[in-house]
Design a binder for this molecule. Sequence first.
Ligand SMILES: [Cu+2]
Length: 297
Amino acid sequence: MRLPQAASLLALAAQVHGHGYIYRVTADNTIYPGYDIFIDPLLRPAPYRIAYGGGQTGPVYDLNSKDMACQGVHTPAPGLIAQARAGSNITFWWSRWLYSHKGPITAWMAPYEGDINDVDVNKLEFFKFGEETHDENGVWGTEKLLDETEGKWTVKIPADIKPGLYVVRNEIIALHFAVRVPPFFATFTPIGPQFYMTCFAFNITGDGTATPQGYTFPGAYSNNDPALHWDLEKGEPYPSAGPLVYVPSYDVELEPKPEVIISPTNNATADQDYWKAQADALAAQAATTEFFDSIGG
Ligand SMILES: [Cu+2]
């Protein structure tokens, strides 16, 4: 496996609008590669990861689009499946998010059977199992990604769900242009909510039996939903967009598992190169993002 020079990587990074992406996922204390959009497309072979591929960080604007499930480009399917116990935590590691792009962070999951490569993501029936909007001071979870959690967002897998294979979907709905777009951005950005999502493969163990009602994408959201055409400037308490969060009927006390780091390359030396390149790419993406923050969008 060969890594490109850090310099060309930085040049590539600088060309891209600085939208965040999920470069790592911790599931039940095992740390898996997510999808690093700056590194993964350049690697042969592709890294071992639980994320659907793609290399796209821009938003989906049309909630009736097939892209609402797992992004417009969501191949290849994950080569790894995360192992996690029902009732354990998943932490999504987002690269730097934009302050302006405020809105709910949500987590969804859909059961599937068979080979992940045969899954049609638009047929999956997702239920929502996590959602963070804003706190009582009006501070959004998307802002806390920047100021409090170093990009990490954690959600608990419902303790009572039926064990098996699931596609997990993490999404941010950015509402900054939901009702108006400033002139500078108006030429290339429509008015409306912006959906940013990535999907991941999971195998969930446990002894639950719950099979919450799911919804397909597209289909889970309605264009008539006022929560998707929300005026952030009014500062009113935000309701929730789409279906409500599933509340498990019971919780479990789990013995924490020891931390394990999954190698992205299966080679200790190459892993060091991978993580160095990843750190450089994250720094470059953060710089781009800060620039867009500075001009308000
Ligand atoms: Cu944007």
